[in-house]
Write a new protein. Sequence first.
Length: 115
Amino acid sequence: MLSVCGPAAAEPAAVRKPEFRLLIGVLTHTDLYERRHLLRMVYGLQLASPGGLAVHMDVRFVFCRLYKDDQLVLVPLEILAHGDVIVLDGCEENLNDGKTYTFLSAVAALYADEP
């Protein structure tokens, strides 16, 4: 646990309103846990940089339905821990058979209610 003492702790930090919002959909395979963790660390460092960004960046890892027993356990745990995984329904895990199209057609429905 991190605790900050002194006058800086009592003053609220100035928060810049982002100029625009950016969605980065990383099409990946379910078994690449280490690569997703590395990307989370990289994007986390960018967002925590001094001065902040003028953009609200949403990074989501996208893959199709889960079919292995270990994926059925580990991916829901990853979703609970990080909340940055999108599992597409109605497509098979593939490279050239419509995974990108399925993701792009679902994005509007996923983020329709967001401001």
